[in-house]
Design a protein around this ligand. Sequence first.
Ligand SMILES: Cc1cc2nc3c(=O)[nH]c(=O)nc-3n(C[C@H](O)[C@H](O)[C@H](O)COP(=O)(O)OP(=O)(O)OC[C@H]3O[C@@H](n4cnc5c(N)ncnc54)[C@H](O)[C@@H]3O)c2cc1C
Length: 286
Amino acid sequence: MQYLKPASFEEAVAMAGEAHGDVRFLAGGTDLLVRMRMGAVPDVLIDLKHIPGVYDIERTENGGWRIGVAVPGAELTEHAGLRADWPGVVEAVGLIGSTQVQGRATPVGNLANASPAADSVPALIAAGAEVEVLGPGGRRRVAVGDIPAGPGRTRLAQGEVISALYLPPRAAHGGDAYQRFIPRTEMDIAVVGCAVSLSRDGNVITEARVALGAMAPTALMVEEAASALVGTTLGEEALEALSEAASAAGRPIDDKRGTAKFRRHVAGVLARRVALVAYERAGDAK
Ligand SMILES: Cc1cc2nc3c(=O)[nH]c(=O)nc-3n(C[C@H](O)[C@H](O)[C@H](O)COP(=O)(O)OP(=O)(O)OC[C@H]3O[C@@H](n4cnc5c(N)ncnc54)[C@H](O)[C@@H]3O)c2cc1C
């Protein structure tokens, strides 16, 4: 295996272009190194952690956030500005693994690993997050939800690298939340994960985005669930419609963590709980 240490993303793309065989970019390595120990060793490993700026968390000109691709969960969960603006994204990232894993694991690695159950992905989708992608064809901005293609597969073209993660500005009176169900109390893979991001005008919900994880081959936005919230004050009728839409979404599978029927039930329960938290947070937000 060849280990490469580019000094810029442009160099990383050039290295990937010249490389042969299985080429992987290395961020925190909490997925990649586990795979390598199991025998899936790439031909070329391109370590992104030495590129200037990859550990930075910065405010963007429009009041959002730019997060470097090597920023680990532990840094994100301790960042006061991010916690204030996007508490749901931060709590989703904070659920990844253990304290040790948090010291390394990045949300971009979580996204590019393309597990349908990845915790940060529904929260990023609900938040309207984007990534910057650099490749032989140039630079482009892509919605987070457009990156995963299926379990372990992304829509990144050969040689393309994610060079930054962007969160939009938090809307006035906006709030988000994420919860998952796992069979154990920690260190397990989500049976279902649910994220809600919404804005309020007084008590009325004016905008909403609902995303589910582990209900389909990729995390998905559920438009019907969001529609059930907009224009309401989150009364019982809205919660019931939300719950039904979340339960009906996707094409969940039966596996050792739960049946498809159980996943549908859990999606409905979680959607209710998460919407209530997001609604409270939006009420508290300035
Ligand atoms: C003990 C343990 C517990 C875990 N618990 C959870 C959990 O609760 N929830 C959860 O969702 N996940 C969990 N994971 C999985 C893992 O920690 C996360 O998916 C993590 O966010 C991966 O980030 P990373 O930076 O370590 O990625 P890496 O391992 O460095 O990379 C993962 C994949 O993304 C690609 N990649 C990384 N960065 C880029 C980039 N900038 N551009 C293009 N491709 C890139 C890599 O090539 C690789 O294919 C756990 C893992 C372990 C070992």
